[in-house]
Every structure is written in structure tokens, then in C-alpha cells.
Design a protein around this ligand. Structure first.
Ligand code: RIB
Ligand code: CA
Length: 291
């Protein structure tokens, strides 16, 4: 019997690091997933939304609703220099304001029995939705790219809004956490990028352009953080997980934004990635995104 596709909402900071676009391409090309909506987060949301809508147009999926989310973290620091730039500017596609991500998340969860949320950017939208409507928590499963547990080095999605991350971790929601511990082991080479570009369809041409722009602007090859996190929904033999208890540090001169593995204490239970098969993952990712 064929399995029913998993309903997912993708919450993304697409347009900065190119891995969000790769995750979206992976999701769009995976019949195992039914994308019910995409929400953008963290600075330049309209810009990110239009990058998303352009991608949806190229992939023939303009039916997927897009919402714009929180511009700034709940409190504290943000980095204006990280305004996204790994994509062309697609402007305002039709000039109409898009729905607010926080409300869109709540309304979408209400529609489904359960909803998987692929959280591949800072967690502000999700924290706002949980704060506004805590009753959604038992119905959501969060597949998160965020944090790391083997090094005292904060990860971007958490450090951009540690208070939001804390709200999400402490909410009691079911969380599958894929952190830098494993994502940093998965990268594209220059040859992988050329391989995508040489396929020559409209979708791979767009991805190739985004990959090139990213390499040029950031000065390094893409790390496959977000598609790896999302791949948990597709393949159960790529990553190995362990039950962990996590605390999010919101204070400290050097430790703000750390996700601390607190097996000994009051940490919040998550399933955390501890190992990965990088080459097999990359092979399967490439097979899907060249479709
Ligand atoms: O630390 C990696 C995360 O930060 C990824 O989600 C990447 O897209 C960037 O947002
Ligand atoms: Ca991201």
C-alpha cells in the first residue's frame, strides 16, 4: 500500500545561505511530502518570499501559499549585514501583502490532525505561534536544523533568536534536531555544482544560478545543513539519532545561543542527530534535485 504523503509546512530564511533553496527543491521533488505552506523568517521577509515564489513558479507549484514572518528576533541582537543575497532580487511579484506567518502557522495546524514543521531558519515565527496559541503544540512535529551538542559554538538559527529557540524547546513539542555536528560533514564540491548546472532544465538552471551566487558572495562551498535536516522525513538510514535533553542558553558573555546537552538535568527531550552518511546523503540529494 502506498503511504500517504506527509503534510509539511516549511519555515525558512531562504535567500541567504543557499541550503534553504536546496531543501525546498528536495521537498518539491519528493512525492513523500505534501508542502502545505511556506513561511519566511528573519529580516527582508518580502524579499525572501519573492525568492520563494520565484522558485515555486519555476517548479510549477505556485499553488503553495507563502507567508512573511518576523523581521527581528524577540529581543536583542540581529545582524543587518546578513541581509540575504545568495539570489537575484525578484522584486514584489504582485504587490499584494502576504499573510502573517505566525497566524498562518496557527491556522494551518488547526486544519490538520497533525502537521510537520520543517524549521530551517531562526525560530521566531514558531515561537510567536506557540506563544499565541499553545494549544497547537500537541499537533506539531518539528524537524529542525539548529544547534549543535558536541561543541560550545552557537549555531546560526539558534543564536539569531535564542529566546525564540528556548520557547520552542520548552514548549513540549516533539522535536527532531539536526545540528552542525552532522550537517558540517555534508558539503557540495565544485563538481557537484557543475553537475547540477549541466542537467539543463529550468529548475536545475535556477538552482545552479543560486549555487554560483552563493559561492561568489559567501566565498565558500555550500554546506548541506537544511536539506539534511529535511531528509529525515524521506530516508531513515542516512542519519543516526539519540535521545537527548537540551537546554538553550540565553545569557552569558560567550555562551548565548548554545544548545547544551543536559542529560543530567532538566533539559527538554529531543531526538538529536549524532551521525550521518555524507556521501550517500549527497548522492540521494543530487538524484532528487536534478529531476
Ligand atoms: O547554521 C546553519 C543554518 O543557518 C542553516 O539553516 C542555514 O541556512 C543558515 O540559515
Ligand atoms: Ca536556513
Amino acid at each position: 500500500m502506498t503511504k500517504k504523503p506527509i503534510n509539511i509546512l516549511i519555515d525558512t530564511d531562504i535567500g541567504g545561505d543557499v541550503d534553504d533553496a536546496l531543501a525546498l527543491a528536495l521537498a518539491l521533488n519528493s512525492p513523500e511530502l505534501n508542502i502545505v505552506g511556506i513561511t519566511t523568517v528573519y529580516l527582508a521577509n518580502e524579499w525572501r518570499a519573492n525568492v520563494t515564489r520565484n522558485m515555486l513558479k519555476v517548479f510549477g507549484r505556485e499553488d503553495i501559499p507563502v507567508s512573511t514572518g518576523a523581521e527581528k528576533p524577540l529581543i536583542g541582537w540581529w545582524d543587518e549585514s546578513r541581509i540575504p543575497n545568495s539570489s537575484k532580487d525578484f522584486g514584489i511579484l504582485d504587490g499584494k501583502p502576504l499573510p502573517c506567518a505566525c497566524d498562518y502557522i496557527i491556522q494551518t495546524v488547526e486544519k490538520y490532525e497533525t502537521l510537520t514543521i520543517a524549521a530551517i531558519g531562526p525560530l521566531t515565527n514558531l515561537a510567536l505561534a506557540i506563544a499565541k496559541a499553545p494549544y497547537i503544540v500537541p499537533k506539531i512535529k518539528i524537524i529542525m536544523m539548529g544547534g549543535q551538542i558536541t561543541k560550545a559554538h552557537p549555531e546560526w538559527n539558534i543564536v539569531c533568536d535564542p529566546e525564540a529557540a528556548r520557547i520552542v524547546f520548552e514548549s513540549g513539542a516533539e522535536i527532531v534536531m539536526t545540528g552542525l555536528d552532522v550537517t558540517n560533514r555534508c558539503t557540495f564540491t565544485r563538481d557537484d555544482i557543475e553537475y547540477v548546472k549541466n542537467i539543463g532544465n529550468e529548475r536545475t538552471n535556477l538552482l545552479g544560478e543560486m549555487l554560483d551566487t552563493f559561492c561568489e558572495k559567501f566565498g565558500f562551498l555550500p554546506v548541506l545543513h537544511d536539506p539534511l535536516a529535511l531528509s529525515y522525513l524521506l530516508w531513515d538510514d542516512i542519519m543516526t539519532f539519540a535521545d537527548k535533553k537540551i537546554l538553550v542558553e540565553t545569557a552569558g558573555d560567550y555562551s548565548r545561543g548554545l544548545t547544551i546537552d543536559c542529560d543530567w538535568g532538566d533539559g527538554y527531550p529531543v531526538k538529536a542527530a549524532i551521525d550521518v552518511k555524507p556521501e550517500e546523503f549527497k548522492k540521494r540529494l543530487l538524484d532528487r534535485i536534478i529531476q
